[in-house]
Design a protein around this ligand. Structure first.
Ligand code: SAM
Length: 469
């Protein structure tokens, strides 16, 4: 039976509830009065339930679909303004005991090199990332209790946080590792991680079990209940995601929102972020073998409907997507993107060693990504202030809901962009950035904060670093 407050996967992600949600959405896909009523509710910017949002996703009326996209744009603007936060993935080890059929790191793949970075190699990767200008990382590892035990992850976190190369510093490390125990989540929390990210891959239990035929990841309930254990272990910020293409997108969308509702119902705070990966070609993986692939139009609609359903949740898109696709979906709700990414183990310090997890579609350098964002009217941000000031979990959500965000995030984005321009930008990027900062400073609502920010910007130009509100 469906129960969002239950701690049992099959009750908070109820298959029957998803099927009836999809049936309701399909039956009313042309029900103008009902869709208009949902859009009216959404205009209050307080979010929607999984069934209301599923109805919008199914909507077949072109004029209402247009309204839906422009509403997503408005909500994005209201809560996130034109700021886009930058990060990079850092692959530490591709040893893996699982059998995921879409991932080239699956245990049966004998011809990719298996690499686990030493602390010395991690140091080189981090220096290369700092030299690009990154301040925020997401570490990625396969699941392997022998090669990648929690102690290795903890030691690596310590190494990453400790490196200070020139003016560089990694100020927030998000962690994407397989589902684990409350005790291990507590250790990650104590090590000062940012968000704990775990993609559900698919919410459809039957499909899940087929796609994960072997290894600990086969256990659907253990995987699906991981975020509850993470929160019990003290982690406030968790990041959800499905790998689009594995099962039908409408099923995944309803499941994703039910998961968000569950976290809110049980822990009083929804997911900090939702990521939107689509299956890509990889070593022995052919994306065409997965029949549920979605096209760019549906992808954009999923992103717009998610923005409307969960207005305060950060939304992430990686370099799996091309420049064109990224440009399109940024305006409908994406708030964080990766840039200059390598998906191989050791790929930042070294040339390609054949250990990529998947092909990257956006191969531009971080400097090119920053320049492109600014030309598109966005403010690239390297801000990590909320996490460092303890504004996590429900405190972050409250802060968002009270619309405090523009008095904090806007100046913090400008300050961190100024650091990037001073330390890492090409002359052309710097020129565009300086103009943008001058112009955007006036959009900080508080005149007092504008003044402080202006002084700090001068200090940054004179070599000081790490100012934040
Ligand atoms: N091993 C960890 C786990 O079990 O959750 C997570 C780390 S894995 C490096 C990060 C994510 O990459 C996976 O959760 C999956 O969604 C995604 N991924 C795997 N194969 C992919 C592919 N061929 N194309 C795109 N994304 C893929």
């Amino acid at each position: 039976m469906y129960n969002p407050k239950s701690l049992k996967a099959e009750e908070f992600i109820s298959h029957e509830e998803i099927l009836s949600t999809l049936q309701f959405a399909e039956q009313n896909a042309r029900n103008r009065a009902m869709i208009v009523a949902v859009l009216e509710k959404a205009k209050q910017h307080n979010g929607l339930t999984h069934s209301e949002a599923s109805l919008l996703l199914a909507c077949e009326l072109p004029d209402l679909n247009e309204q839906l996209f422009s509403l997503a744009e408005q909500i994005k603007q209201e809560y996130y303004g034109n700021r886009i936060v930058l990060f990079a993935p850092l692959y530490l080890s591709n040893y893996c005991v699982n059998g995921c059929t879409y991932c080239p790191y699956h245990a049966k793949n004998k011809h990719i090199p298996r690499i686990k970075l030493t602390q010395e190699q991690i140091k080189k990767e981090v220096i290369a990332l700092q030299d690009m200008g990154h301040k925020r990382l997401a570490i990625e590892l396969g699941e392997d209790p022998v090669h990648n035990p929690i102690e290795y992850v903890l030691e690596s976190l310590k190494t990453i946080y400790s490196i200070r190369h020139k003016n560089g510093a990694i100020r927030r490390v998000n962690v994407n590792i397989a589902a684990t125990t409350v005790e291990n989540y507590r250790k990650l929390h104590e090590a000062g991680i940012g968000t704990y990210i775990l993609f559900q891959e698919t919410y459809n239990k039957e499909a899940y079990e087929q796609l994960h035929p072997t290894g600990p990841k086969h256990n659907y309930a253990y995987h699906t209940e991981a975020m509850d254990r993470a929160m019990q272990g003290g982690i406030d910020d968790v990041g959800l995601g499905v790998l689009f293409g594995l099962s039908t997108y409408r099923y995944e969308f309803a499941g994703l929102l039910m998961h968000a509702e569950h976290l809110e119902a049980v822990h009083g705070v929804g997911p900090h972020t939702i990521s939107f990966p689509r299956i890509k070609h990889a070593d022995d993986i052919d994306p065409n073998a997965f029949s549920n692939a979605i096209d760019d139009d549906i992808f954009a609609k999923i992103i717009a409907c998610t923005r409307i359903a969960v207005p305060y949740t950060g939304m992430i898109i990686s370099t799996r997507e091309s420049k064109e696709t990224r440009e399109r979906v940024l305006k409908y709700g994406i708030s964080q993107i990766s840039g200059g990414s390598r998906t191989s183990v050791g790929g930042y310090a070294e040339e390609n060693n054949g250990s990529e997890q998947f092909d990257v579609s956006d191969n531009r350098t971080l400097d090119e990504v920053i320049r492109w964002l600014m030309k598109c009217g966005y403010i690239p941000s390297f801000c990590t202030a909320c996490y460092r000031a303890g504004r996590t979990g429900d405190r972050f959500m409250e802060f968002c809901k009270n619309k405090q965000i523009s008095n904090f995030c806007q100046p913090n984005a400008l300050l961190t962009l100024q650091e990037y321009l001073e330390d890492y930008a090409s002359p052309r990027t710097k020129e565009i950035g300086e103009e943008l900062i001058e112009h955007e400073l006036y959009s900080v609502p508080s005149a007092h904060r504008q003044e402080i920010c202006r002084n700090w910007l001068i200090d940054i130009r004179h070599g000081k670093r790490d100012f934040r509100f």
